[in-house]
Design a protein around this ligand. Structure first.
Ligand SMILES: O=c1ccn([C@@H]2O[C@H](COP(=O)(O)OP(=O)(O)O[C@H]3O[C@H](CO)[C@@H](O)[C@H](O)[C@H]3O)[C@@H](O)[C@H]2O)c(=O)[nH]1
Length: 429
């Protein structure tokens, strides 16, 4: 393929929920004629398989096993920043005199220093948000003083432009980590593009509210093409496997018995099942359930016999269920998941959120009730109708001429026409 002038380096944080959408974006760009190179850490590169996208390692300073080697989160991010900036620069330089010099870095919002690297080389810099636009708009509001931290239990519901009324339990848990927010917000406004793994239809109100405030471009959902528009030949899976999710043994046990009580056949993905699930459960599931350490989640969700997805509401999982029209029982744990769960229940009305008890646990009875409500209760028909509606809207957004597809085309057009080089010359005069 002749890549003309467009070569994008897509820089991803080395975790499943980040690599999946960023690799998918790189594949989309490659399918539209750009040269796309995914950059990630040395120890992650070997877990990624892609034929249309180049894969290149950079260093986070812990080349053997990354985050696990680091003494703390702060130390890890600091090391990633200093060693990562240098090795990302080396990567950009490596292509400088090639037939395809890099003219844009698209970077994960957890790695905001990549924008400085783009600026040093005089090329475009774009952040990629792996959370919803709604969640990211909250950082922006905090930064501009529209929302004060910490949000206290007794305060009124949080009311922000483009967002539904939010209670304290609907807010992302990491809103408290001011330093992370400031870094993210800082990079939103200075970018050439702010790409968000979502679609205009899914978050129409917040897109309107943020218009002109930052260069927000909705390009998602970044789900393999075979499950949505089917435009990219052979794009049947993300192509990376690094999955990790920890829940407490008590919560795992309640989920296990709740599934049994629901009387439905089930597939339970539990990484550490031997240590966390009761032996009586393992012995009694054989007839109706299968417990596995990992599954191809998309393939399972796409199966016609799946009536309900009990999910922690990671943004990718939420988008996958919306993309495949599968109703959800939301069991958020941390990060942006509480807000995603709120949207599942109230904005898109494609599921219900399981309530936690005083100890912060969703009990087996609550889970049983939620599964029955979603699959056969009073709301089940309405939920299924909505799930089908959103699936159609999402497919339309990523299909030829749809809102996300057009947004990607505009970006590709700008890179291929070489406007980056012109603006660099103007910047120097
Ligand atoms: O057995 C499994 C388990 C997971 N997956 C895939 O792994 C991804 C998981 O992503 P996500 O649902 O977003 O969960 P996390 O990995 O927990 O995501 C982290 O990153 C997300 C994006 O920033 C945040 O929304 C979450 O809160 C945060 O926990 C999805 O694509 C799944 O399809 C599988 O294919 N098989």
């Amino acid at each position: 393929m002749n890549h003309q002038k467009g070569h994008v380096v897509v820089l991803t944080y080395p975790a499943q929920g980040h690599i999946n959408p960023l690799l998918q974006f790189a594949k989309r760009l490659a399918s539209k004629g750009l040269k796309a190179t995914l950059a990630t850490t040395h120890y992650t590169v070997k877990s990624i398989h892609a034929t249309t996208v180049g894969i290149e390692p950079i260093s986070d300073g812990y080349d053997e096993s990354g985050f696990k080697q680091a003494p703390s989160t702060e130390a890890y991010l600091e090391s990633f920043k200093s060693v990562g900036s240098k090795t990302l620069s080396d990567l950009i330089s490596k292509f400088k005199d090639s037939a395809s010099p890099v003219n844009c870095i698209v970077y994960d919002s957890l790695l905001p220093w990549a924008l400085d690297v783009a600026r040093q080389f005089g090329i475009y810099g774009a952040v990629f948000l792996t959370n919803s636009a709604s969640v990211c708009s909250m950082y922006w509001h905090i930064h501009h003083g529209h929302l004060t931290l910490p949000v206290k239990q007794e305060t009124e519901p949080v009311l922000l432009p483009g967002l539904p009324s939010l209670g304290i339990s609907d807010l992302p848990s990491f809103l408290a980590q001011t330093a992370v927010i400031m870094e993210k917000v800082g990079c939103l406004e200075n970018n050439d593009w702010v790409f968000c793994n979502s679609s205009e239809e899914l978050e129409s109100e917040v897109v309107k509210a943020m218009l002109g405030l930052w260069p927000l471009v909705m390009i998602g959902p970044m789900v393999p093409s075979a499950y949505l528009d089917q435009q990219i030949h052979g794009d049947i899976a993300y192509g990376a496997s690094l999955w990790e999710l920890n829940i407490t043994a008590k919560q795992a046990e309640e989920i296990a018995w709740g599934l049994i009580a629901s009387n439905m056949h089930f597939l339970l993905v539990a990484k550490d099942s031997k240590n966390k699930l009761p032996i009586e459960f393992i012995n009694s599931v054989k007839e109706r359930g299968l417990v596995v350490p990992w599954c191809n989640q998309l393939e399972v969700l796409a199966h016609q016999s799946v009536a309900c997805f009990v999910t922690h509401c990671g943004w990718n999982s939420t988008l996958e269920a919306l993309s495949l029209g599968v109703p959800m029982v939301a069991m958020p744990q941390c990060c942006d998941q509480p807000t995603n769960a709120k949207f599942v229940e109230e904005l898109w009305q494609v599921g219900i959120k399981a309530k936690k008890n005083k100890e912060g646990i969703v009990t087996r009875d609550e889970l049983e009730m939620c599964i029955k409500e979603v699959t056969a209760g009073n709301k089940s028909e309405e939920i299924m109708k909505n799930a089908t509606k959103w699936r159609k809207l999402v497919i339309r957004a990523v299909s030829l001429g749809g809102s996300s597809d057009k947004n990607i085309d505009e970006f590709v057009g700008k890179l291929v026409r070489g406007e980056g080089e012109q603006s660099l010359i103007l910047g120097c005069t």
